[in-house]
Design a binder for this molecule. Structure first.
Ligand SMILES: Nc1ncnc2c1ncn2[C@@H]1O[C@H](COP(=O)(O)OP(=O)(O)OP(=O)(O)O)[C@@H](O)[C@H]1O
Ligand SMILES: [Mg+2]
Length: 250
């Protein structure tokens, strides 16, 4: 048996993206197999967020192809809503609805997009909130929770859609230091359970512990694509060496 013909969870081919004159994604080609955890590193402005945003089509691309489980990204309508459910995204700013309770925030997608019945959506939301450790907060509003708790709710909200892939764009960057680990712990457990994840983060501890693979970007290009240990000990490019020496304080 060979794995050669197994369809990747995410497949990007020759992806180009400009913002005006700025070439933000240059010829990005990348396959992410099911269950893989990819950590995306790179200096500010290198295109990490844009890369994530193109995968659930928050940003359209100029040319090239992006597929999720072999299917080209839909452009609009129902199919796009389904894609956004399949490819969950967790942002730096938690983006919870402030006028809805924690429980309502997690139930909303399943009710509106998946048309789940209310009892079923509630049961699943309660389970997910317990799983991320905020079960006792379900009737509170987002502003009544700490940043770390809100981010865990945001993860539960994505999970409620039964995503095939989760994208994380600096999920801990807005948090006070003491709350970072409670969010990373949830992410590590998702990784262990086999979730396919693409994670933009500056948390090198997480990268070393949970990543199967490091993608290092600079100026819109994938400059290195390698195993974490190798990336951290023997980076090939000068750009990666420079980046590591800054981030590791070397
Ligand atoms: N909507 C936009 N319109 C114009 N330029 C944009 C837009 N979004 C991003 N850019 C530019 O595209 C480039 C890549 O941005 P991106 O946000 O993807 O970088 P990043 O690697 O995520 O950076 P950071 O580490 O600071 O988050 C940057 O030069 C940025 O200024
Ligand atoms: Mg960014």
């Amino acid at each position: 048996m060979t794995d050669t013909f197994v369809t990747p969870m995410i497949s990007m081919r020759d992806v180009q993206k400009h913002f005006g004159d700025l070439h933000v994604l240059r010829d990005v080609t990348l396959d992410v197999p099911r269950g893989q955890v990819v950590v995306v590193l790179g200096p500010s402005g290198s295109g990490k967020s844009t890369l994530c945003r193109t995968i659930n089509r928050l940003e359209p691309i100029d040319s090239g192809e992006i597929r999720v489980e072999g299917e080209l990204l839909p452009e609009e309508g129902r199919d796009l809503a389904r894609l956004r459910a399949d490819v969950g995204m967790v942002f730096q700013s938690f983006n919870l609805f402030s006028h809805k309770t924690i429980l309502e925030n997690v139930m909303l997608g399943p009710l509106k997009v998946r048309k789940d019945d209310k009892a079923q959506a509630r049961k699943r939301a309660v389970e997910l909130l317990e799983r991320v450790g905020v079960g006792s907060q379900q009737d509170k509003y987002p502003a009544q929770l700490s940043g770390g708790q809100q981010q865990r709710v945001a993860i539960a909200r994505s999970l409620a859609m039964n995503p095939k892939v989760l994208l994380f764009d600096e999920p801990t960057s807005a948090l006070d230091p003491e709350m970072v680990s409670e969010v990373l712990d949830v992410m590590v457990s998702l990784a262990k359970e086999g979730m396919t994840m693409i994670v933009v983060t500056h948390e090198m501890g997480f990268a070393r512990k949970a990543a199967d693979r490091i993608i290092f970007m600079a100026e819109g290009q994938v400059v290195e694509d390698t195993e974490p240990e190798r990336f951290f000990t023997e980076p090939e490019s000068d750009r990666a060496k420079d980046f590591l020496s800054k981030i590791l304080g070397g």
